[in-house]
Design a protein around this ligand. Structure first.
Ligand SMILES: [Cu+2]
Ligand SMILES: [Zn+2]
Length: 170
């Protein structure tokens, strides 16, 4: 009886490991911040070494809005400053994704239509979901949608304005 129990626990563990290796997915709701009505959802899926992010934001002002992964998974502050600066494990300067220099959280801009809706799909092999490499693991960081566009130049923020949407990536 005891052996059977140990065996089934072992089997369950093996199955869980196998499913983790095949693909991982995490889904979140976007929280409104800074007295806005920002909403929507975001999903991150990993297949092999590639992570795909799909984001659908609502309640934005029309036009461009920066999207970054910030350092901390903490949306507690009303203005979301509790997420800290941009996630930057390599200590680089801020910039445009895959340009000369950029932070690991420098996703870029999305564009909201006249209704305030915006979609963005993003794909990279520079991230992972829950792996042991802290320079790649997106878990325990915070996703931020800004009130303005990232200019890809101003240090260290891209001059993207306030923080209107927040997700604790946990
Ligand atoms: Cu940001
Ligand atoms: Zn940055």
């Amino acid at each position: 009886m005891k052996n059977l129990k140990l065996f089934s626990l072992g089997l369950m563990g093996a199955l869980m490991l196998a499913s983790c290796a095949a693909s991982k997915e995490v889904n979140y709701v976007i929280l409104p911040k800074s007295d806005t009505s920002t909403g929507g959802k975001v999903s991150f899926k990993q297949k092999g070494n590639t992570v795909m992010m799909d984001i659908a934001v609502t309640g934005l002002t029309p036009g461009e809005h920066a999207v970054h992964i910030h350092d901390k998974a903490d949306c507690s502050a009303a203005d979301a400053t509790s997420t800290g600066g941009h996630w930057n494990p390599a200590g680089n300067d801020h910039g445009k994704w895959e340009s000369e220099h950029f932070h690991m959280g420098d996703i870029g801009n999305l564009t909201a239509d006249v209704q305030g809706n915006a979609d963005l799909s993003f794909k990279t092999d520079k991230w992972c979901i829950g792996c042991n490499d802290v320079s790649k693991n997106i878990l325990n960081h915070g996703l931020i949608i800004h009130s303005g566009a990232d200019d890809f130049h101003t240090q260290p923020t891209g001059n993207a304005g306030g923080r209107v949407g927040c997700v604790e990536i946990k």
